[in-house]
Design a protein around this ligand. Sequence first.
Ligand SMILES: C[S@@+](CC[C@H](N)C(=O)[O-])C[C@H]1O[C@@H](n2cnc3c(N)ncnc32)[C@H](O)[C@@H]1O
Length: 256
Amino acid sequence: MSDAQDTMEHYFSGRELARKEAFSGIWGNELHAVFKDVAPYYDVASNVASLGMCKTWRHRFLNAVELKPGDAVLDVCAGTNAVGIGLLKRQPAARVCAMDRSQAMQDVGQELARANGVQIESVVGDVHHLPFQDNSFDVATLQWASRHLQIFDVFREVQRVLKPGGCFYHCDMLRPESPVVQRLYSTYLKGCVSATAWLFGSGAEARSCRDYFVEAVELFYSSREITDLLEHVGFSPVTSQDAVGGVMAIHRATKV
Ligand SMILES: C[S@@+](CC[C@H](N)C(=O)[O-])C[C@H]1O[C@@H](n2cnc3c(N)ncnc32)[C@H](O)[C@@H]1O
């Protein structure tokens, strides 16, 4: 490892440790209970909470993914399979494997796949260890979940299971670099999460996570840092489409 890579390794390990210390209690059972609670209305609630942005960004994300017939796709933290279903509608000759820790989210996802006339393989488990051999997939996707993960580890796992030349597409809410945008964004997020929990009559777990959803973004990475992290674990080239002052971005990273 060169000196520059060594510095990066220390920097990101430190940042990941700080995130783990702040959130490991929530990332375990608490968040699991939240997704179990919200599974039946997750798709509608996300769209309401984001004032329709969720649908727009999902569309942009799906459009960014390049798929060929026969491609094997791994959707990491697939939730209710919205990404897998959208991809199979565009490329029915692809194969999608969805992995998520929440059986409840995947149960809804399997129902939605059936209703949309597509087949998605489901693997329930923690994505910090992907139960697949090296070089297994042509494409991997990860949308709106990495704030809840140790992403240094997950990005390495994704890199391992992708075939050389395979592409990883990542989309999430990120930490804006401007403190002013960050303050406005945190206020907006707090309001949205509270209003949505009230509107959908969410359980105590979901309501108690209101502050977490805001703090998770505040301790997360900027778009530029996500690029650096992806390059550090061995992807090249890495490109990004950023929007709304850096609060959202889509990254495309190719395995060398
Ligand atoms: C906000 S949802 C996003 C779902 C989907 N990617 C989408 O775009 O709608 C986050 C998902 O990440 C899953 N998740 C969180 N931590 C996980 C972990 N360690 N392993 C596997 N899944 C996890 C949750 O169960 C949940 O379904």
